[in-house]
Design a protein around this ligand. Sequence first.
Ligand code: NAX
Length: 327
Amino acid sequence: MSKTVKVAVTGAAGQIGYSLLFRLVTGEIFGPETKVALHLLEITPAMPALQGVVMELDDCAFPLLDYVLMTDDPAQAFDGVNWALLVGARPRSKGMERGDLIRANGPIFTTQGNALQRAASDIRVLVVGNPANTNALIAMHNAPDIPNERFAAMTRLDENRAYAQLAQKAGVPVTAVSNVAIWGNHSATQYPDAENARINGQPAMEVISDHDWLRGDFIKTVQQRGAKIIEARGLSSAASAASAALDHVKSMENRTPDGHWFSAGVPSDGSYGIAPGLIFSYPIRSDGAGGYEIVQGLPLSDFAREKIALTENELQDERATVADLLT
Ligand code: NAX
């Protein structure tokens, strides 16, 4: 075995954790030569449940699982880790507005941001817990020792959802679809971009002639997919969310093939006129060595610009709501 990668997962006893942990150690993400150490963080009352999950991890006898650390202390959880998947968050309770949820999550992500400074020098952070973009913004601001570009919020599930919708509409396998991008916030204002997408290498707008669908129900379906799943399942997306988080890690670990991209909420550098510093989902390309670039020069129609402005405004409002936490 050539190396060990240390991965912290927060909220590890939750739904997403249950779909995520096992696949992290099969070799599919970091390769068959890399051992994986899991640092699992939970809140104190969930430690017994976490113990049950770890018993199951033991029972899989995964050859690549190096060790498992269970803790309710963020400082211990993030000590020396190479990846931190921040899944745990305060859920929305009855009657809670989005603003209340954002504020309720503040203390979690200030504390975790601070503790992340104990991580390895190559740490990369993916925030899954909602509101993901603003939680990532808070964590990033509270970890001044870590370069901002190491922080991302997950919009890969939204991207995967858009891939599936386009493939089904065009009657092609999902592998025929490429170059889908999610712009903005992981929320109902996000803009799933079909105008730059391709199907079998052709513009999706040429392959799918139903432009009313592309500009209407396609966008709405992706934006509201999470709510539809809760309605149908009685529980929020978990396996698909875990799968998307793993896709994100894999994409960051490997160089993105030429002409392709994937989406993630990353700190805006002002690209496409977005306010600098917001955690904004863009199409990005990984260099496979820890760095990435925001894809430049994609054409955006007036329709797209209008949608992107809406989601940017929402993120500006969210940032204003937590301004006092952004040290
Ligand atoms: P669960 O409620 O099943 O699990 C969350 C776990 O986090 C619980 O075990 C809880 O004890 C733990 N937790 C809470 N506060 C914590 C803290 N301060 N430190 C460590 N652990 C803590 O939720 P689950 O379905 O797993 O979803 C987790 C988060 O992902 C939620 O915020 C959810 O909204 C968000 N999602 C984000 C998605 C995305 O695309 N970005 C999609 C799926 C999902 O809805």
